[in-house]
Design a protein around this ligand. Structure first.
Ligand SMILES: [Zn+2]
Ligand SMILES: [Zn+2]
Length: 138
């Protein structure tokens, strides 16, 4: 496993489990669900890893801005990734929940028409879903 590139965030107690979670997210080239993080943690840990623990760690990391949480499938599933301050979108397969990264942002050239002109737009969420190649059986 490669070393954690980011500095340990201030105001967060450094624990082995939290370190492991960050390392797993750092080494992954795609966003991971809490279950996937949990499974990977169990491989390297002698102690049992509880999913509820992972959720608590993720909640903390999201609150501190270290990790980005993306809700998929109308909040049924959430995936996490290290906040690289880059802007990305994903499409998710409604059958197997496979995640496919979008190369572009469809909102890039989109100018929102807001009733309140003084409203400051800071970001957007986009939900793209469909059926992946493996699940497309016809
Ligand atoms: Zn699929
Ligand atoms: Zn976008």
């Amino acid at each position: 496993m490669k070393e954690i590139q980011i500095n340990w965030p201030a105001g967060i107690k450094r624990t082995k489990q939290r370190e492991n979670v960050l390392t797993i997210l750092e080494s992954s080239d795609k966003p991971l669900s809490a279950t996937e993080i949990c499974t990977q943690m169990e491989k390297t840990s002698d102690e049992p890893v509880w999913l509820s623990t992972i959720y608590r760690i993720m909640e903390l990391f999201v609150k501190k801005g270290i990790v980005i949480k993306t809700n998929m499938m109308s909040n049924e599933m959430a995936v996490y990734e290290i906040n690289q301050f880059k802007h990305k979108h994903y499409a998710v397969c409604i059958n197997c929940h496979k995640i496919i990264t979008l190369d572009n942002c469809p909102m890039e050239k989109f100018i929102p028409k807001l009733e309140d002109e003084n409203f400051h737009v800071m970001g957007h969420n986009l939900e793209i879903f469909g059926v992946c190649k493996d699940c497309d059986q016809h």
